[in-house]
Design a protein around this ligand. Structure first.
Ligand code: SF4
Length: 230
């Protein structure tokens, strides 16, 4: 499946589903999963579950999102290790490829640091805001401050932060968070389904100022759906 968030990237999905119940997931990943009703009821329900690794062809794209329609923190570590072994096998034939590993519970990455293929793996987490208050109305994932601390503490050279869908934030605190993570890039954008989900959004001016500050700090910024707040 082509992943529209991340450009020339396709997902490889031996593991699917997530129970963080982000309200903005319903029109996106969970909505896509509903199309699987006749193939897999667990996919349809977005319930964390495994598919046979050998049945899932590795995408041809130069960048592959590892289990992009899931959060791997819900997976059995033994299964993830088997899936990573398949990735490493694939890299023997395609050493130029890179893999994205994303979780909204970045603490889960710790157990795989010895497994991820070095040089080909980029770790990602989402931070929509720095504000914890009220976040439980948006998602059941670890609150932003916990996610930030856990992701910063991960000893890995290549990281990306996705600030999407962006929610209102405190400029100085959030900038300090992002720069201290030392990501090679930040991807930032507003909620792409404002007709279906409403979030507390920063003004366009505030977001543009934040983007400029990230760039001044030497961070590559990829923008998507940058618009006036609704
Ligand atoms: S963490 Fe990701 S996959 Fe899980 S509910 Fe939230 S947006 Fe969906």
């Amino acid at each position: 499946m082509k992943n529209h968030m991340y450009g020339n990237t396709k997902t490889w999905n031996p593991f699917k589903g997530c129970e963080f119940s982000c309200i903005y997931c319903k029109p996106s990943f969970q909505g896509q999963a509903k199309r699987q009703k006749h193939n897999c009821l667990d996919c349809y329900a977005f319930k964390p579950h495994e598919h046979k690794i050998e049945d899932r062809a590795m995408p041809s794209s130069p960048t592959v999102f590892f289990c992009g329609n899931a959060d791997i923190s819900f997976a059995r570590p033994d299964f993830i290790r088997l899936a990573i072994a398949r990735v490493k096998d694939h890299l023997k034939r395609c050493p130029y490829k890179q893999f994205y590993f994303q979780s909204k519970n970045p603490k889960c990455f710790e157990q795989y640091l010895g497994d991820f293929p070095k040089g080909n793996s980029i770790l990602l987490t989402t931070l929509e805001t720095n504000r914890d208050e009220g976040y439980n109305l948006v998602s059941q994932s670890p609150v932003p401050s916990q996610r930030y601390e856990a992701f910063k503490a991960i000893d890995w050279p290549r990281k990306i932060v996705t600030i999407e869908p962006i929610m209102d934030f405190d400029h100085d605190i959030f900038l300090e968070w992002i720069t201290s993570i030392k990501p090679e890039a930040v991807w930032i954008g507003y909620n792409s389904h404002p007709d279906k989900v409403q979030l507390p959004e920063p003004s366009l001016e505030k977001t543009q100022k934040f983007i400029a500050a990230l760039k001044s700090a030497g961070i590559e910024v990829k923008e998507k759906d940058i618009r006036e707040a609704i």
